[in-house]
Design a binder for this molecule. Structure first.
Ligand code: HSE
Length: 432
């Protein structure tokens, strides 16, 4: 076998086929890597009889993922199935002393502690560059390129589907439901887009980045999460008038009460870099203590960008194995050094509020009274023209920095007022 590394693939869907293509075509940069010889030895697929997008020898195929994990000629397991058994197969590969590459963010966000521990205990590595932001090498950058930094903050657009929808809403191409339906029809959004639009996909990715950058063990469920379902084109227009653009942001920062980790629609100054990341693109702005601000942007999904990240991990693991280097995953084990996630209610930030109010004396006073009681200072109030049919008008309030807990109480009280129609819309405003 010489110095060749036997590869076993679990899953030959879109990304798996991209990986097979890259191994076959081996770009020049890979060919120049001396001794690198990755040999595909086994592939698990749900249906071995199905016609494939790439040609693979029929005798490589099996319907049983454990055949891949157990194959003595496989030293490197690449799990790209997205199937329910993924955690078990990854764990089994590590327990058998095999290096593992996965793109499965849900498994890593939920079971990272256990799986990274298993890798270390077995002297192997679990790599996962493709799990966050597709082709952007953000994991590698945080783990090695920026290792000489304390990460101070991280702002990301980590979900392509929601960025695509918000971009088209910002271009005045329609409302949320209409654009989502169109995106589904064109195959740009999943038939079940709930993980994307609810923000949970981004929250899982943020949990993984937080483990590396801030040494937290929280899962996707521990990240405060709001999706884009309630974003209205009215808010996009009012944001534009104020000089802001609405994006679904994944934010992690150090604060007095621990590490803040949150995913929610946010207003960004329209001239900021992240406000200008359009369509399905992803981006991450990292502030490091030594390096200052760095911005990474690119394709966060899709066949070849994701395969590019998977193959980068495979090459690194193969070279490490060939050179006899041991496991390098110690940095992913937190033990007693784990930091805690901060309580969201302690957040201090500026807020944009949109209310639909009756246009009559005393309504504005009752609203400002509630705001003042919460010790919240108003930066500006804009009342739009009277809607002659309903007698109601949109009222926009922008606050100075206020505490999340106070703002929630104030909004709950506003929602109880007679003169306020519809639920108050609240959008946090980021400085950047
Ligand atoms: N569904 C994700 C997105 C890609 O829209 O960005 C995979 O993480």
């Amino acid at each position: 076998m010489g110095s060749s590394i036997g590869v076993g693939l679990i899953g030959l869907g879109t990304v798996g086929s991209g990986v097979v293509r890259l191994l076959r075509d081996a770009p020049a940069a890979m060919q120049r890597r001396q001794h690198l010889d990755l040999q595909l030895r086994r592939i698990a697929v749900a249906d071995p009889a199905k016609k494939r997008a790439v040609d693979v020898a029929a005798d490589l195929l099996t319907a049983n993922a454990m055949d891949v994990v157990d194959d003595p000629d496989v030293q490197l397991v690449v799990e790209l199935s997205g199937a329910a058994g993924a955690r078990e197969w990854i764990a089994a590969g590590l327990e058998r002393g095999k290096d593992v590459v996965t793109a499965n963010k849900a498994v890593l966000a939920q079971h990272g502690e256990e799986l990274f521990g298993l890798a270390l205990a077995n002297g192997v590595d679990l790599m996962f560059e493709a799990s966050v932001a597709g082709g952007i090498p953000i994991i590698r950058s945080l783990r090695s390129g920026l290792v000489a930094n304390e990460v101070e903050s991280l702002y990301g657009i980590l979900n392509g589907t929601t960025n695509y929808i918000l971009t088209r809403m910002t271009r005045r191409e329609g409302g949320y439901r209409e654009i989502l339906a169109d995106a589904q029809e064109k195959g740009f959004a999943e038939p079940d887009p709930s993980m994307d639009v609810s923000g949970m996909d981004a929250a899982q990715k943020l949990a993984i980045l937080c483990r590396i950058a801030f040494h937290t063990t929280g899962t996707g469920e521990d990240v405060y999460c709001e999706g884009i379902e309630q974003v209205d084109t009215l808010d996009i227009e009012y944001a534009r008038e104020l000089g802001f653009t609405i994006k679904l942001l994944a934010i992690a920062k150090r604060g007095p009460g621990g590490v803040q980790a949150r995913v929610h629609p946010a207003m960004l100054p329209s001239e900021s870099l992240l406000a200008n990341i359009h369509d399905e693109f992803n981006a991450i702005e990292v502030v490091g203590s030594s390096v200052g601000t760095q911005v990474f942007s690119g394709r966060g999904a899709g066949q070849m960008p994701t395969a590019s990240a998977v193959v980068a991990d495979m090459v690194e693991l193969a070279e490490r194995k060939i050179s006899g280097a041991g496991s390098a995953g110690g940095d992913m084990i937190l033990d007693d050094g784990a930091a805690s996630l901060a309580d969201m209610s302690e957040l201090e930030i500026r807020y944009y509020l949109r209310l639909l109010v009756e246009d009559r004396p005393g309504v504005l006073e009752s609203i400002t009274h509630i705001v003042a009681q919460g010790d919240i200072s108003i930066a500006s109030v804009i009342q739009k023209e009277r809607d002659l049919q309903g007698g109601t008008v949109p009222l926009i309030i922008v606050t100075h920095e206020a505490r999340e807990r106070s703002m929630r109480q104030a909004v709950a009280a506003m929602n109880e007022l007679d003169g306020v129609h519809e639920e108050v819309t609240v959008i946090r405003m980021e400085k950047l």
